[in-house]
Unconditional design. Structure first.
Length: 212
């Protein structure tokens, strides 16, 4: 038995067979808050604290949005998000961010890993943050992934976020996109909106979880 295997045998002085949850080993557990499902004609999907059982406040220090099978009306479009500070409107908070991607074609002829600053990352900008590049709109094409938002109710620090998405491009490629950045505000963030750069969200779900 290797050293790694011996370490796995004990968790908090208990055998693995006696561990009933790994949440207590890894940290805080995820609590379901709200699931939004596209009706096939949504301009956006928005989570607003205090509306329709949505919670985005000091109840949790972290929030996770899980995207599943997000389908676009328009070919070669971008899935994106923005936020409102408490009492704000317009979804136009100031963001600084960075993005990189990996991609590979179905036929194996094209693969690359690169940083892309062609307006996919933002520098003190108030537009929507893109979370992917060129999602296809064919019947079997969609996007899945997550957005992790840290301590949005803080009135001391800026609000960090990390996202990772997997998208099916119209050129028959798998695209793995990483985005990270922060809302440059010390005001609490309590509204998050997701939408495509153009036209509707025509399928899929976004599920919000809180993490203590």
């Amino acid at each position: 038995m290797t050293l790694v295997n011996r370490k796995l045998i004990k968790l908090n002085n208990r055998g693995v067979r006696n561990v009933t949850t790994f949440g207590s080993v890894a940290g805080g557990s995820m609590t379901f808050i709200k699931k939004l499902t596209s009706d096939g004609s949504d301009d956006d999907l928005s989570f607003v604290d205090g509306a329709s059982d949505v919670v985005i406040d000091s109840t949790y220090k972290e929030y996770m949005f899980i995207f599943k099978d997000i389908h676009a009306e328009t070919d070669s479009t971008h899935f994106s998000f923005q936020a409102n500070a408490a009492g704000g409107s317009g979804y136009n908070e100031t963001i600084t961010s960075t993005m990189f991607r990996a991609q590979h074609a179905e036929d194996g002829t094209s693969g690359q890993l690169d940083y892309d600053d062609n307006d996919y990352d933002l520098a003190q900008a108030t537009g929507f943050q893109k979370l992917n590049q060129n999602l296809g709109n064919a019947a079997d094409e969609s996007l899945s992934g997550y957005l992790h938002l840290f301590n949005p109710s803080s009135t001391t620090f800026v609000k960090h976020f990390i996202s990772r998405t997997s998208a099916y491009q119209p050129t028959n490629r798998a695209l793995d996109t990483y985005v990270a950045g922060y809302f440059n505000t010390t005001s609490a963030i309590d509204e998050i909106q997701f939408k495509f750069a153009s036209d509707e969200i025509q399928g899929g779900t976004i599920t919000l979880y809180g993490i203590k």
